[in-house]
Design a protein around this ligand. Structure first.
Ligand code: MG
Length: 302
């Protein structure tokens, strides 16, 4: 590297660190010095996102929009494996992740509630594997779930041990378990992406992953730093919604800026999905289409 190349890359590096939402123009000016990022934005929808009277109609709509992922709810997933496989057959849409659906919770004090989690979660993991899912999303404990183990160091160690077992079980089924941090209004136990990533690391299983949800990431000081902290090793899924009312991206106007987070995903060459988890206040046909256009445009900017 000669002196000129060094300066150019340093300036771009500094710009990358300093850039916030307004940084797109700075990055563009460095485009000549960096290879063009070709990371694809792979959009996924939960089952309620697309308009349509049944799964077939929803998938038709998704296909017409170039949506490549489908995130079903995990409740009774084992009984739906065939239905979902058939519905996706011949389409360019794959199961992205499975959204929860288990009963009980992993940090339950009551043995019967923990046992219910263990058996229903394992059934969902096995079905997720059959469907080729990247993983099954879970929350260690919602605020309303009581009695819950106390928020102590011992509980964290217990969680890591339990996650290790689940992760190893998931690997045997060619899938993973994905920890989802939520905002403090819903789950004070696990709120930030970096904390979830640290639990992945300490669980010592390649089957334990985490995700970011742009709605819950209001807890973060930086979307970019949060997703980079999870990095290639642990970041397995992303949820997206508007950032004021959790409706379609774009329905909350200027609040709905995902550029900084997308920049992290592009730099990570993130190979998984960005999945819609949101309602709408408008006409679904229009708001879904506008949301997809908005996030595609922001992906380009990032
Ligand atoms: Mg979510």
């Amino acid at each position: 590297m000669n002196r000129r190349q060094f300066l150019t890359s340093s300036i771009c590096g500094a710009a990358t660190v300093a850039a916030t939402a307004s940084g797109a123009s700075i990055l563009t000016s460095c485009a000549g010095a960096e290879e063009k990022n070709t990371t694809e934005l792979r959009i996924s929808f939960q089952e309620g996102t697309a308009p349509g009277k049944n799964l077939g109609e929803k998938l038709d709509y998704m296909e017409s929009m170039g949506i490549v992922g489908f995130e079903p709810w995990g409740g009774n997933l084992a009984s739906r494996v065939e239905e979902i496989q058939q519905a996706l057959s011949g389409r360019n849409i794959k199961v992205s992740a499975i959204c929860a659906g288990f009963r009980g919770f992993i940090l339950a004090e009551e043995e019967s509630v923990k046992a219910e989690f263990d058996s229903t979660m394992r059934d969902i993991i096995a079905a997720a594997g059959e469907l080729g899912s990247t993983g099954v999303i879970m929350v260690p404990a919602f605020n309303h779930q009581n009695p819950c183990k106390p928020h102590t160091r011992e509980t964290r160690e217990y969680l890591c041990e339990q996650m290790h077992e689940l992760g190893e079980f998931a690997l045997k089924h060619n899938t993973t378990v994905i920890l989802e941090p939520l905002n403090r209004g819903e789950a004070h136990y696990l709120r930030q992406v970096a904390d979830a990533a640290a639990i992945c690391r300490d669980s010592k299983s390649a089957g334990v992953k985490c995700m970011g949800d742009f709605w819950h990431m209001q807890e973060e000081t930086s979307d970019y730093a949060a997703l980079m902290a999870a990095g290639k090793d642990y970041l397995q899924h992303v949820h997206i919604a508007s950032r004021g009312r959790r409706i379609m991206p774009g329905e909350d106007g200027e609040l709905d800026n995902y550029v900084e987070g997308f920049r992290a995903l592009k730099q990570l060459e993130y190979p998984h999905y960005v999945s819609f988890e949101c309602g709408t206040k408008g006409e679904r046909e229009q708001t879904v289409k506008a949301a997809v256009e908005l996030i595609r445009a922001q992906w380009k900017l990032a």
